[in-house]
Design a protein around this ligand. Structure first.
Ligand code: HEC
Ligand code: HEC
Ligand code: HEC
Ligand code: HEC
Ligand code: HEC
Length: 211
């Protein structure tokens, strides 16, 4: 390649790089706000968290802190803490007793803001927990969105699936229907349309939990 051609090539590459940089500087996610009313769209309550997870800083520019209630509100004068007790995961959330026992394994709440139940985690960590707008649960767990089999601790303090509220059965059904991914299988097939439950032969156990 001649020196001239190489320079032309690198100038072109540089121009492209500058263009990309320039675009990235201006574009990036922008929280939608109606120019006439100065308000977010009507459906914003159902979607705002998705935009927040993508780029938290864009919300902080108008709403102030998203971690400290006393610094929240910003120029919009709408604090996230008027509706939320906490916006982010707590600091010790990686602790299994927190994110597992006091999070995923709790009974699902009818308040969509409460961090309880597997289905709530699925909102951000993906419908199959393999990563959605947040990371995959399998980044740590590798095989399932919970500890490896048999997932039966030897004491109640040890990690144990029996600590899971039965209200989560519909989520377990995504992977454990008719005993899938389990050494324990139901003995009979329940009538079609039976709602998933832990002890009705839809997943792993029958009415007798010993099997
Ligand atoms: C340019 C400023 C600006 C940015 C950026 C901004 N907001 Fe807002 N936000 C406002 C204003 C002004 C209001 C009050 C008017 C309204 O309710 O839309 C508001 C209200 C809200 C409300 C309450 C809506 C309601 O129905 O009561 C939520 C929730 C919200 N913002 C979330 C967010 C999130 C999450 C982000 C980041 C993805 C964000 N906002 C970015 C200015 C902003
Ligand atoms: C007017 C009340 C209101 C305000 C103000 C508000 N939120 Fe929310 N937020 C909600 C509701 C309701 C949901 C549940 C939405 C759903 O699941 O459909 C939610 C859900 C969320 C979630 C998902 C996790 C969870 O707890 O369910 C995040 C993250 C979140 N909001 C962030 C923010 C941030 C950041 C702000 C401030 C910029 C904010 N919210 C302000 C009402 C509010
Ligand atoms: C509103 C979205 C949202 C919801 C709902 C949510 N998470 Fe997260 N989670 C995140 C984000 C964002 C991170 C940090 C960045 C990442 O890992 O992608 C995170 C990180 C984590 C981490 C890693 C923490 C660390 O310190 O390494 C765990 C564990 C976790 N989440 C578990 C859960 C569990 C369990 C639930 C349900 C009870 C849940 N999450 C619900 C968004 C969410
Ligand atoms: C995204 C798929 C997925 C979901 C959702 C899921 N699991 Fe699992 N589960 C698996 C996989 C895969 C294994 C096998 C793991 C291994 O090989 O160590 C497993 C294994 C298990 C085991 C051990 C079975 C044995 O043979 O010893 C138990 C108990 C269990 N899961 C309970 C649950 C419960 C309770 C729920 C709902 C709260 C649930 N799982 C949700 C994928 C899932
Ligand atoms: C930062 C790493 C990490 C991430 C990410 C993570 N976990 Fe865990 N989780 C752990 C560890 C470590 C344990 C304890 C393992 C054990 O006891 O075998 C655990 C335990 C659990 C338990 C069992 C708690 C108990 O007391 O029985 C559940 C349920 C669980 N995790 C669910 C989830 C879900 C759902 C996600 C994704 C939303 C997730 N985890 C993401 C590290 C993580």
């Amino acid at each position: 390649m001649s020196k001239m051609k190489w320079m032309a090539g690198s100038c072109f590459a540089l121009a492209l790089a500058l263009l990309a940089w320039g675009c990235a500087g201006k574009a990036g996610p922008v929280a939608p706000l109606n120019a006439m009313t100065g308000e977010h769209p009507a459906s914003w309550i159902q979607t705002h968290y998705t935009e927040y997870i993508k780029a938290p800083a864009q919300c902080q520019s108008c709403h102030g802190s998203t971690s400290d209630a006393t610094q929240a509100g910003g120029i919009s004068k709408v604090s996230c803490f008027t509706c939320h007790t906490a916006v982010n995961h707590p600091a010790n959330w990686a602790d299994p007793l927190q994110h597992g026992r006091a999070g995923a394994q709790l009974a699902p709440s009818s308040d969509p803001k409460v961090m309880a139940g597997f289905a709530h985690c699925a909102k951000c960590h993906g419908t199959t927990y393999a990563g959605g707008i947040a990371s995959s649960c399998k980044a740590c767990h590798t095989k399932a969105p919970h500890p490896d089999k048999p997932w039966v601790g030897t004491s109640l303090l040890k990690s144990n699936h029996v600590q899971t509220d039965i209200g989560n059965a519909a989520e377990c059904a995504k992977c454990h229907l008719a005993g899938a991914n389990s050494t324990m299988k139901p003995l009979t097939t329940p009538p079609a349309g039976t709602a998933p439950g832990c002890f009705n032969e839809t997943l792993c156990h029958g009415t007798n939990i010993k099997r």
